[in-house]
Ligand binder design. Sequence first.
Ligand code: ADP
Ligand code: MG
Length: 625
Amino acid sequence: MADIIKLLPDHVANQIAAGEVVQRPASVVKELLENAIDAGATAIKLIIKDGGKSLIQVVDNGVGMSATDARLSFERHATSKIKSAEDLFNLNTKGFRGEALASIAAIARVDLQTKTADEEIGTVIEIEGSEIKSQEVVVTPQGTSLAVKHLFFNIPARRNFLKSDSVELRHITDEFHRVALAHPSIAFNYYNNGSELFNLPQSNFRQRIVNIFGKKSNEKLVPVEEETQVVKVSGFICKSEFAKKSRGEQYFFVNNRFIKSHYLHYAVLAAFEGLIKPGMHPGYFLNLEVDPSSIDINIHPTKTEIKFDDEQTLYAILRSTIKHSLGQFNVAPTLDFEHDNNLQTPYGYKDKNAVLPKVTVDSTFNPFAEETKVTSSSSPKSATSSFSSYKKPSTESWESLYVETPSREDKSSGFGNLSFESEVSTKSIFDDSDDDLDTAAITFQLKRKYIVTTIKSGMVVIDQGRAHQRVLYEKFLKTVTLNEGLSQQLLFPIQLSFSLSEIDILNEIKDNLTTMGFVFGEISESVVEINGIPPMVAEAEVGSIFDELMADCQQNVGADGFSQADVLSKALCKSLAVKTGDVLDKLSQAALVNDLFACTESMVSPFNKPIYVTITENDIDKKFI
Ligand code: ADP
Ligand code: MG
């Protein structure tokens, strides 16, 4: 057999490598910003068009490149940052693989302009799909400008895989935040489609945080400072009362590099233990300085995960340092966790408008007439669903005069028969019902988590949270689509502060929120005024609902109206639904069961989880064999 193994041509190898380095426009942004920082820039401009799909440009005032270096920088494994394997253990730069520019040039059209300090004339190179199109001299200031155009132009599958411009822009902004926070002493400008999103002057760390996340963030910050032999910790944590339902602002920087570490994250959580409710997330901006030889950044190609030599010690130091700061700045707990506002309103009322008691008078009713015609039109089903309204024992039978039709329906058998106190008499009414679910059945709450109710064939165990999510989800979806959201005017408008990118999202989803019943006042650079909210939303919850909403929308909201309505309904139902641990009274349990089975889809939650299981008599019988 002939030899069949061949070396891949360079441009193919580069394209394959690009798959690893460049997932989306934000990955290019990260690589270019890091190159600019490695080049010693003190001012960096980021210019984006169409979510990075048509243009990503980074202009820096760093050292620049000579004509030869400029040409070489696009070769794979070409780097000025390490010379030997040993250097890997003492890295002071962001880059070291020499892969980024080669990869980017393989899948886009790149224009490079660069000049060093000691040259008078710079170099301009155009390269497309790994092919040099031109190389010339140019008059240009010191530094480098790298423009990446038409990303994935030669890989349509990858290009189609990209999300909407606004979603890609959000990923870019996330990346920008990370780099800008890691380097407060560098000035950054960030433009999108011609308008300036951020203008960050050289500053200290605190000022940088405030410049990015808005003026209000200043009051949230508690400084953290500790120096040990192993690590120097500095930065800020957010006071516990500003903990969010969504993950929000959580940043670790190790030697000025943004990293993700579950382990260290838990160290912070451990420090906050007892100060914030379970399920809430503290914000933090923490810098760790360690000996570069004690970490290994090489374990992940996109380099947000790193390996520490001695994680356990770091964990302990971090936890005690943060605990100390929390204590020192007197942000001790004043929260009463036992008291949960959600428990104050039973489910049955929680999402309903206050309704005046209705007195229905049947004008045709004549007490002296012999017998009123029995209306049999009312099906057993409707009798079932309004059961709760007449289940009161009729010891005072005059009451039943105020009750809607059923009382008169059963007039033939006299008022006395309306006493449903005993299970037996209740049963007899619904026995011939073909409705499988019958709320007259015994219903109770199990472990503050499930609603158990009996049906003819056995019983149903319902997950209360998921059931409520389904009910709310369908309600919201309907309100948005039919544009019939009710709103409750607030006496005092609520002011919420947001970061610039959150304001962006808000502007995008505002119309849909308005149809749901939110009324917006002025939206300024970082503060949003809310004048009205849907009746089912409690005023005190508005802040955390918006938190969660922003977090969900960051990743998911697309441009088209339907998916927006869907994401919003999901986000709202998630934050408003009753949770495990919430106590539901009898009335609420019955209302929830009824509402659930009135839904178009009652089997699965909006997040595709099963809502209930049925256990038949047969299933139970089998257990006794
Ligand atoms: P790495 O950053 O891992 O070295 P890159 O492919 O990102 O690999 O860059 C290759 C080389 O090009 C770098 O090592 C550096 O010498 C040079 N380079 C890239 N961007 C710049 C820049 N903005 N200014 C100066 N030199 C740069
Ligand atoms: Mg690089």
